[in-house]
Write a protein that binds this ligand. Structure first.
Ligand SMILES: Nc1nc2c(ncn2[C@@H]2O[C@H](COP(=O)(O)OP(=O)(O)OP(=O)(O)O)[C@@H](O)[C@H]2O)c(=O)[nH]1
Ligand SMILES: [Mg+2]
Length: 855
């Protein structure tokens, strides 16, 4: 619909019809369509001059499909029926044309279809009614052959011209009606279902699917790395059993091995509702697994992954898990049709399922190591921030779907920017490398020129000034539906080619970009263990050679050092606890200060709240818009406080304190190792250094604890990112319902009603926000706790390793003391053998690394 074609005549006419003083802003696409519909349907009824009771009933039945009782739309319908009848608008060509001017070709055809449907409802289409519809259709510029299809469809004739039928199917495709209310989209879908099916392509080839060869190859490499891990585990285990290496090494390999074993690619699909996310997933999987329909469908995050058998697990928000029968999957993953047509956000907000995990043994993409995440449409979702955060957590790549046949909405632009920031771990204004923007529904853009324009429009935003994405082949234009059809039917066409082009880009990214980083990381972690193992074995050999010998006095000293090291760990923990306490005191103070000015800041922002919905025709939607903007403003405020006060001041300063103390304690241990190494020729300090470096790697790019550098850099590297506390939205979601219930304005239109609604949203929103303080504190506890805990854990691990090295030294001394020369010689041989095996693993890893980095 092109609302720029709404003329002053239309505004005046609709004001007259409804008896309300309207402005062009009030004439939203659903309002305009409804006015046309009422007019045409009344035209059909009145064309023969009389109105039978059955006709009245039919009219109301048809029109009531588009509203729920007591709603604003229902009231509006009544006003329109009354006004159109009194003014006999259906008879006035000029007025009809003014009303229909903004309608698209599809909308005009849908309009006339409703006329035919009503006319054919009893049985035959009355000739006068048909004539009336013909005339209207002609004025609207509807092609006669399309009318023939409609008539034939509603009178159940069989012989229909296939080209015209396909055109009608194209025009009535529900995706063409996304500007209208969901209720009309559903009506278009029902309308299509009532018409004969379009003629299908002939099947030329048997069912065939993409094989994801690159991903499979990559899985092979991962398995090889896993295999190396397993061998390493065995060697280390043998060595610790014989007391040649400290036990902490086994735990380290086990941890790495778990990570490698379960290493998967995560691919997430995001977008507003009905953009074809689930359809795209089905096309990627080559099977109709995800529920799909014209109106909002997916109700929650679903994760599709490989499993040895088909099973579905529901994960609840309270942490429970439950396996559900496979047949229930689609039902559970879907919101009810009522919820989709009515109040979308409420059902979503109250649902207690957190996510559904679907495991399947034969989905090619999943068995190639990819987990795919489908998400619910994000439009009005009160939990939007939380969902995006959840979906984006640990994802390797994100596919953002939009509708190529219309421009990016403001919400989509905001979403894309938000996704970009989150993918870049909070860094703003940097393009994301792992974001793919996909214009779907390209099949609805018929002309070459149209397609060019669409591409330019999307690319200008995505790659233009302040670009959203970076990297090759990050923007694609596809038809998920046409590609899925082709895959299922084994046919080949350009849509399939475009789709395969797209999947190849994704595959290439996952394997060559993301995958190589993953493999390199795993390999360097394994190599670290190999290196420590080799150092340890060299040292054991020296012990067997009696090159390392310690006196009783030195033994006592070592025992003392062990005690001291434990003491250091305890000191770090105590300090961390004290700091956490302090942090909370500072948080409370800072929060109160922030909260004090919050009302004024939000009140200021609320002046910019905007809704295209009319307080008269769609008050419920207006309230929802305002509530969403309240939530958004509040979330932004919280983010800002989180980033500037909590993160950059409170946490930063207190963590620095902790870091200095950790660095001091680890330095001290390192110093003791140094002097031990000098005294008795061990290489402890080197082994400890490897561990410290390892932790530093995990905290990407930070200075390092040891050597007194401190680890402050870790924070800057995005250890914590504030992009909403996530849960605020859910808490405030109930506001919309509460507010809607508290208004009784009905259809009254007086100045200032919008401000009144704003005021109420504001007041109730704050009330709910203050009520949810406990939850906020809980969340803050969690954030602060985990940041400190991470630090303490890392330092504890290094200290535990240091202690294990000391203990191992003592044990070995004890053992060697009691052994014969022969025993020692044979043990040296054994150690030599193990060293060879470790070297072998190192070489194998090198080979794998080379193989997977060669494109
Ligand atoms: N013509 C056309 N229709 C499509 C295309 N992709 C999806 N559809 C249709 O669009 C409707 C919505 O598709 P879904 O896959 O359910 O969309 P979604 O984004 O998962 O929707 P939600 O789960 O509600 O957020 C369905 O009727 C699909 O058949 C396409 O490329 N072309
Ligand atoms: Mg979906």
């Amino acid at each position: 619909m092109d609302t720029s074609l709404v003329s002053s005549q239309t505004v005046e006419l609709l004001s007259q019809i409804t008896g309300q003083k309207l402005t062009p802003k009030n004439l939203t696409p659903p309002v305009i369509f409804l006015a046309n519909l009422v007019t045409v349907l009344l035209g059909v009824i009145f064309v023969d001059g009389t109105v039978a009771e059955s006709e009245k009933q039919r009219l109301l039945t048809t029109l009531y499909r588009f509203s729920i009782p007591e709603s604003d739309v229902r009231k509006l319908t009544h006003l329109m029926i009354k006004g159109v009848k009194e003014n006999q608008v259906y008879k006035q060509v000029n007025n009809l044309l003014a009303l229909a001017a903004p309608l698209s070709e599809s909308e005009k055809l849908l309009l006339i279809s409703f006329g035919y449907e009503m006319s054919a409802a009893d049985s035959e289409i009355d000739t006068r009614e048909k004539k009336y519809l013909d005339i209207v259709a002609k004025h609207l510029g509807i092609k006669p052959q399309h009318l023939v299809v409609l008539e034939a469809g509603f009178t159940h004739q069989i012989n229909i011209e296939p080209i015209a039928l396909n055109e009608v199917h194209f025009l009535l495709n529900p995706a063409q009606f996304q500007q209208l209310d969901i209720i009309f989209i559903k009506a278009a879908s029902d309308m299509l279902a009532a018409l004969p099916a379009k003629s299908e392509h002939k099947i030329t080839k048997p069912h065939r699917n993409r094989s994801y060869g690159e991903l499979k190859k990559f899985q092979e490499y991962r398995k090889q790395v896993d295999n190396c891990c397993y061998q390493l585990f065995q060697i280390i285990q043998d060595c610790t059993n014989r007391g040649f290496l400290p036990h902490t090494l086994i735990e380290e390999v086990e941890e790495i091995s778990q990570k490698v074993k379960f290493q998967q690619f995560r691919l997430a699909v995001l977008g507003e509702f009905s953009q074809g996310k689930s359809t795209l997933l089905n096309a990627l999987l080559g099977e109709e697994i995800q529920p799909v329909r014209e109106i909002p469908c997916s109700g929650m995050v679903t994760v599709l992954k490989y499993g040895t058998q088909k099973r579905v697990v529901c994960r609840y928000k309270d942490g429970r898990e439950e396996e559900i029968p496979f047949e229930q999957y689609q039902l559970k993953a879907t919101i009810s049709e009522d919820a989709a047509l009515g109040c979308l956000s409420d059902e979503l907000a109250h649902d207690e399922i957190d996510e559904i995990v679907f495991e399947h043994p034969d989905l090619e993409l999943c068995s190639s190591g990819v987990e795919i995440i489908d998400s619910p449409g994000l439009n009005e979702h009160p939990d939007r921030t939380a969902i995006t955060q959840k979906v984006l957590k640990d994802t390797d790549a994100v596919i953002f779907l939009t509708n190529a046949s219309r421009s990016l909405t403001q919400l989509e632009r905001d979403l894309l920017q938000d996704v970009r920031t989150q993918l870049n771990h909070g860094k703003e204004n940097e393009p994301a490398n792992n974001l793919f923007v996909v214009g779907n529904f390209i099949d609805l853009v018929r002309t070459e020129k149209g397609r060019e324009q669409v591409q330019q429009r999307i690319e200008r935003f995505v790659k233009g000034q302040n670009p959203i994405v970076t990297g090759e082949n990050r923007v694609h234009f596809i038809s998920a539906q046409a590609a899925l059809d082709a895959i299922l039917q084994g046919t080949e066409d350009d849509y399939l080619k475009d789709f395969q082009n797209f999947t190849r880009s994704i595959e290439k990214f996952l394997t060559f970009d993301s995958g190589i980083v993953k493999i390199k990381h795993s390999i360097s972690q394994i190599n670290r263990v190999v290196e420590k193992g080799l150092d340890g074995l060299y040292q054991s050999q020296d012990t067997l050679d009696r090159k390392i010998q310690i006196s009783e006095a030195e033994k006592h000293k070592v025992l003392e050092k062990i005690g001291e090291a434990s003491g250091r760990d305890v000191r770090i923990r105590i300090l961390a606890d004290q700091l956490i306490y302090l942090v909370f005191e500072q948080i409370a103070e800072s929060w109160d200060e922030w909260r004090e000015g919050l009302g004024d800041r939000l009140a200021n922002k609320s002046q910019r709240w905007y809704s295209e919905h009319s307080p008269v025709f769609s008050q419920d939607k207006l309230i929802r818009d305002y509530t969403n903007q309240f939530i958004r403003d509040l979330s932004t405020e919280i983010d800002e406080w989180g980033n500037t006060k909590l993160k950059e001041v409170i946490l930063q300063e207190n963590l620095k304190h902790l870091d200095i103390s950790i660095a001091y304690e680890l330095d001290a241990i390192q110093g003791e190792f140094n002097s031990l190494d000098e005294n008795i020729q061990t290489n402890f300090s080197k082994q400890l250094k490897i561990s410290i470096n390892g932790i530093n790697d995990d905290f990407t790019g930070m200075g390092g604890f040891g050597g007194g550098v401190g680890i402050g850099g870790a924070l800057a590297a995005g250890l914590i990112v504030f992009t909403g506390l996530g849960f605020i939205a859910v808490i405030v979601a109930s506001v919309a319902a509460a507010i809607a219930g508290s208004f009784g304005f009905g259809m009254l239109d007086f100045d200032g009603i919008k401000d009144q609604i704003k005021g109420k949203v504001f007041e109730l929103g704050f009330e709910k926000f203050d009520e949810s303080m406990d939850k906020i504190s809980e969340k803050l506890d969690e954030i602060v706790g985990s940041v400190f805990e991470n630090r303490v854990k890392s330092s504890s691990r290094v200290i535990a390793e240091a202690i294990a090295l000391y203990e191992n030294l003592l044990e070995q001394q004890e053992k060697v003391h009691n052994e014969t020369l022969e025993q020692r010689e044979s043990e040296k041989m054994w150690i030599y053998q193990k060293r060879q095996e470790l070297e072998q693993i190192h070489n194998e890893l090198e080979v794998i690394l080379n193989k997977c980095t060669i494109v």
